[in-house]
Design a protein around this ligand. Structure first.
Ligand code: NAD
Ligand code: AHE
Ligand code: ZN
Length: 387
């Protein structure tokens, strides 16, 4: 029987505050739960978003982090899907293989533990984390909480992967890179020769760019307010990339959508076949939709907008054949598909290394990693912390 573990974690006590490194007690895993020694975690923009107070589901204090990989330390009663010592990637979208969603064959949005996960709880409605100093319970986050040396997750929230893969790289498959890649191949189903626009070139947007290149997109029009992203776009997208800084490259008084339609006009009609919003800005979501070609253009929302915000456009945009879609974790079923992504990384056919722009050692450095994600001049895609 596993015993509680004392370790360090980065605690988020409230919005717009630095996380605080504290000793915590991590309880033993209960039935159908797994305790993981987190080896590596990256920081995703969504961690910043929740820490900024824009996430309507935030609960405090909590342990953020959801791009994590580690080693199974102990398992609770009834766990059969993994063993102690297995290497795993944490999954914020679990895969139970038994709920209405999993069985539909239409979505990756397994919903069996979504309600408790959104409340920062384990499936039984309680937490496995508490502060060592006074026993205060600490909430979980996105079913992962990777900003801790040890975490407890549901057994359906883990992908067991090849042990030879470096955990400091494959932790990225827990969110951003997989999301961008999957949005192209699973959600949009982009075909060879397509014209696409990508709004926002963080790790998510650049993973979209890489996937567009891999499926043979003819033009990959990249839009970012940070010029430093241009060489990265060219690295991931090659010669198909065109870069637009909307602050400097668009004629005065012209919208980005009007510009995109103009530069793609052929035979009297213009617009991109596919657009991807990878920022979380509702104005850009509209621009992305309205950049699409009449009759068939598809716009995929990936960015997460602040609680309470809404999107709008003239319904005529949809009546005339454009589609507005969304993508969570790129439509990827984590337990089934991530082991294959890891194998492709090991074979050299799936890029991860170039997304790791900053590395840190020790849980104490999570604050620095969060700060670097906020610093546009640092050009961070993914800071990875080895715990
Ligand atoms: P990031 O902060 O690393 O990158 C955002 C990029 O957008 C930056 O390059 C920034 O310069 C650019 N940008 C900001 N404002 C802009 C504007 N007005 N016009 C053009 N570019 C602009 O973020 P990330 O980690 O790549 O995540 C991107 C978004 O995707 C976030 O909203 C995140 O929460 C969301 N996300 C969603 C999923 C999902 O499953 N749907 C998964 C991961 C992340
Ligand atoms: N808590 C937010 C929702 C945030 C959101 O949309 N999350 C994405 C993943 S972002 C990963 O970096 C997602 O997968 N959503 C599906 C889900 O079930 O949460 C809010 O607005 O309340
Ligand atoms: Zn994320």
């Amino acid at each position: 029987m596993a015993l509680p573990i004392t370790c360090k974690a980065a605690i988020a006590f409230g919005p717009n505050q630095d996380v605080v490194i504290e000793e915590i007690i991590v309880a033993a895993p209960k039935a159908n739960e797994v305790r993981v020694k987190v080896n590596s975690t990256a920081v995703c923009h969504t961690d910043l978003y929740t820490l900024s107070g824009q996430d309507g589901e935030a609960v405090w204090p909590c342990i953020l982090g959801h791009e994590g990989a580690g080693v199974v330390e102990s398992i609770g009663e009834g766990v059969t899907s993994c063993n102690v010592g297995d290497h795993v990637i944490l999954l914020y979208i679990p895969e139970c293989r038994n709920c209405k969603f999993c069985k539909s064959g239409k979505t990756n949005l397994c919903s069996v533990i979504r309600v408790t996960q959104g409340r920062g709880q384990m499936p039984d409605g309680t937490s496995r984390f508490s502060l060592k100093r006074d026993g205060t319970p600490v909430f979980h986050f996105m079913g992962c909480s990777s900003f801790s040396e040890y975490t407890v997750v549901a057994d359906i929230s883990l992908a067991v992967v090849n042990k030879s893969a470096p955990l400091g790289k494959i932790c990225l498959l827990g969110c951003g890179v997989t999301t961008g890649y999957g949005a192209v191949v699973n959600t949009a189903k982009v075909e060879n020769g397509a014209i696409a626009a990508v709004f926002g070139l963080g790790a998510v947007g650049l993973a979209v760019v890489a996937a567009l290149k891999s499926v043979g997109a003819k033009r990959i029009i990249c839009i970012d307010t940070n010029l430093a992203k241009k060489p990265l776009a060219e690295f991931f997208g090659g010669s198909a990339v065109e870069f637009i800084n909307p602050k400097t490259d668009i004629p005065e008084g012209k919208s980005i959508q009007a510009h995109l339609v103009e530069i793609t006009t052929e035979d009297g009609a213009g617009g991109v076949d596919y657009s991807f919003e990878c920022v979380g800005n509702v104005n850009l979501m509209r621009a992305a939709l309205e950049s699409c070609h009449k009759g068939w253009g598809k716009s995929i929302i990936i960015g997460v907008a602040a609680a309470g915000q809404e999107i709008s456009t003239r319904p005529f945009q949809l009546v005339t054949g454009r589609s507005w879609m969304g993508s969570a974790f790129g439509g990827v079923k984590g337990r089934t598909e991530l082991p294959g992504y890891v194998d492709r990384y090991l074979q050299g056919t799936f890029e991860l290394d170039k997304f790791v722009t900053h590395t840190y050692s020790g849980v104490d450095k999570i604050t620095d990693a969060i700060h670097v994600m906020h610093d546009a001049a640092a050009g961070a895609l993914r800071p990875v912390i080895t715990l």
